[in-house]
Design a protein. Sequence first.
Length: 202
Amino acid sequence: MFQASNAVLSFILTPYLIRRMGVETYGLYLIFHTAASYMALASLGAGGATYKYVSLYHGTGNSRALRETMSYSLLMHGVGALAATAVLGPGARFFAVRLFHLSGPLLDSGIFVLRVAAAGALFMALMQVALNALPGFQRFDYYNAVLFAQGGLVPLGIAGLLTMGLGIRGVLVWYVALTGVVSLAALWSILRLVARADARAS
């Protein structure tokens, strides 16, 4: 249901976002998503392993292995995000020019976009942990809530900010702030689920 509603919202809001931002600014918004996608690769496949082993150990009631799986997942995602931040943050100008071929008045905005992506990398990594772990815990209600926040509340908030006259900078700050709140809430939920598994095993 949430995936369908997110698709409908995206279909409805995308033309509005392009119209309000303009093609060039919307292109910067897409660069932000592209940078975030590149940084997600730094987890080196930890997402798929998280889903596989959380499902396995939650199903078999092996709470110790479950806790270790989540610890390794957080470690891999966290280290990957910090490594990506260490590269993208200081190298934002290089990537804006060499990879995305920005110049002129778009260059400064492009550098800002990449630095915001770098600053939000850890929150985005935590979001990936949540989206891979929650189905393994069979908590599809939490999973769908995270999906709705990411695919529904984000574009709705962006549309509202654009209506109020805020530009790409306000939009990206909103994106990272909401991602931070949702990812930390999801992490708290996962820690509670691990604690419950420990309690059942003891």
